[in-house]
Design a protein around this ligand. Structure first.
Ligand code: 9MR
Ligand code: ZN
Length: 532
């Protein structure tokens, strides 16, 4: 591990470049792999940093644009090796995009696509309705949610939304991709082929009447075995209105994205969206989800569905231009919820983004949503300016899956620039990626396989159970969590540890070091933006 913190994903020659030192130093040097000093400069004292507890010095080497591999050196301390090159973000984008292929369920991963990370066919047996175990359904496919083998509708919808909006806003970043997945070379760009794998599963989760089952999992999480060895019975759990709304939203969104490639598929998605929307209208009350007794897999329970219904109405409006949905948008907005969040428990930002990007609509509403995003970007800028590492994170953002917060904040900056012409936020968007890749209090790259000092032991079943020493690449770890919500984390991290340091690259620490599809997907969005 280096003592000086840099982005281990590297830098573009023309981009901002900041190294951070948690110790005093007046000057720094940039050293090539031959050991020769290429440039030198003075540091700036950034002072005490609240969320890390560090006193920081920063080295700004933005003017250094030589391509190659380097380290930063100050006194007898050095950084990890990093690259300066035009395609550093493309590499990180491809790596984090391919992660979804490695999480595919219901198929085997073949050696020609997965190399050493191949595995046998998993989870193809039928799922039994939890409430009526005489009824079974074919529910194979989709991505494993996270370190566990469950598949959850709201989590999957959120991940799809990050990826599909990434495609809508930055198509050029994806059209060039060659992910080496079974569908590569076909009509769809690889990322959309990958998303279709999840969408095809999602469609199976819709009930005949338009309601949507919340999840399909075994009754308990599997032990740390390969997915093909997890043979426990799978169950389809009760419906929820949040699942129905997220389903309607993401199917409508996908119907727009796939239209130009496959109009039949697009129609099918739109009809599915409509059907769930009709169900929502007939069932205006909130139907939440709690794990029934006897089930201990993820719950993804929400306390209201106002934001979900808003998102659904906004996407159906964008996909159809129908007044009926426009009215529903206005109706749902009578409730109070965030219009800038892109989380799996809070999806209002997707609805607002959909409305802003859609053709037409009410100009007052468009203005309201735009102002919301821009104000949020300014709020986050304050946080970033007050953090020596440049993280736009408040103390409470360091919770379970904090890297999702970091990346969602990066998305806000990217949107403020790309959609509303606020160029000044680009460097803040980049800074969030830099934090993810090593400019943080532990100097660690939170993405497996990216950087010499990166997470190697995530809470991810196949990564543990396979016989490969190296970790499956491209997986975003949850990141520091000040609440230390698992026994191992409580044991190894002393109380009083500053939020940004509440992390350990330890397979047992599921509240710190698990991976999840909706933590990877905002990284894909942000890296697509940065690659252009
Ligand atoms: O990401 C979820 C996090 O916000 C919650 O605090 C946590 C505890 O309920 O659950 C996380 O989601 C997990 C899900 O329940 C099951 N699959 C793994 C997910 C990531 O840890
Ligand atoms: Zn599986």
């Amino acid at each position: 591990m280096g003592d000086i913190f840099i982005s281990q994903a590297g830098y573009r020659p023309d981009s901002v470049k900041m190294a951070v030192m948690p110790f005093p130093a007046e000057t720094f040097e940039i050293v090539g792999t031959d050991g020769c000093v290429r440039a030198a400069g003075s540091t700036v004292c950034a002072g005490a940093d609240k969320n890390s507890g560090d006193v920081l010095y920063t080295a700004n080497f933005s003017d250094f644009s030589e391509k190659g591999s380097f380290r930063i050196r100050a006194g007898n301390m050095t950084s990890e090796l990093f690259e300066i090159g035009e395609s550093v973000y493309e590499k990180a984008l491809d790596c984090t995009s391919k992660a979804f292929y490695y999480l595919r369920c219901g198929c085997g991963l073949l050696e020609k696509y997965a190399d050493r990370f191949r595995h046998g066919v998993c989870h193809r047996s039928l799922g039994y309705l939890w409430e009526n175990k005489d009824i079974s359904m074919e529910i194979s496919g989709g991505w494993h949610d996270a370190g566990d083998y469950g598949r959850y509708v709201t989590a999957g919808s959120c991940a799809l939304a990050h990826l599909l909006y990434g495609y809508i806003l930055f198509p050029d970043a994806f059209d060039r991709q060659k992910l080496n997945i079974p569908e590569s070379g076909g009509v769809l760009p690889d990322i959309l082929a990958e998303c279709r794998y999840e969408l095809d599963w999602l469609l199976k989760m819709q009930r005949e009447d338009g309601a949507v089952y919340h999840k399909v999992t075994t009754a308990h999480h599997a032990p740390f075995i390969m997915p093909e060895n997890d043979r426990a019975q799978m169950f389809v759990f009760p419906i929820s209105s949040s699942a129905a709304a997220d389903f309607a939203a993401v199917c409508a969104l996908a119907s727009r994205v796939y239209r130009q490639f496959d109009s039949d598929y697009s129609d099918r998605l739109f009809e599915a969206a409509q059907k769930s929307f009709e169900w929502l209208e007939k069932n205006p009350g909130f139907i939440g989800f709690n794990n029934p007794p006897g089930c201990a897999t993820g719950a993804y329970g929400e306390s209201c569905d106002d934001d979900n219904r808003f998102w659904a109405a906004a996407e159906l409006y964008a996909a159809s231009g129908d007044d009926e949905y426009q009215e529903a948008v206005k109706e749902t907005l009578k409730k109070d919820f965030s219009l800038t969040d892109f989380g799996c428990y809070s999806v209002g930002g997707f609805g607002a983004l959909s409305y802003v990007l859609g053709a037409g609509g009410d100009s007052d509403l468009i203005k309201r949503f735009e102002d919301g995003f821009v104000d949020e970007a300014y709020r986050l800028k304050e946080l970033a300016d007050n953090c020596g590492y440049g993280a736009a994170m408040g103390e409470f953002d360091y919770c379970w899956g904090s890297n999702m917060n970091l990346l969602k904040h990066g998305m806000i900056f990217a949107i403020a620039d790309r959609c509303f012409g606020k160029r000044e936020f680009r460097k803040y968007a980049q800074a969030q990626a830099d934090v993810l890749f090593g400019v943080n209090a532990l100097g660690i790259s939170y993405v497996t396989g990216i950087g010499g000092y990166s997470c190697k032991y995530p809470h991810l079943r196949p990564a543990y159970a396979d016989e490969v020493e190296e970790c499956i690449p491209g997986m975003v770890s949850g990141g520091p969590n000040r609440n230390l919500e698992d026994p191992e984390a409580k044991k190894i991290i002393p109380t009083g540890t500053p939020p940004m340091k509440c992390f350990a690259d330890n397979v047992g620490c599921y509240s710190l070091n698990e991976i999840a599809i909706y933590w990877n997907s905002p990284a894909v969005f942000l890296l697509a933006y940065l690659s252009l």
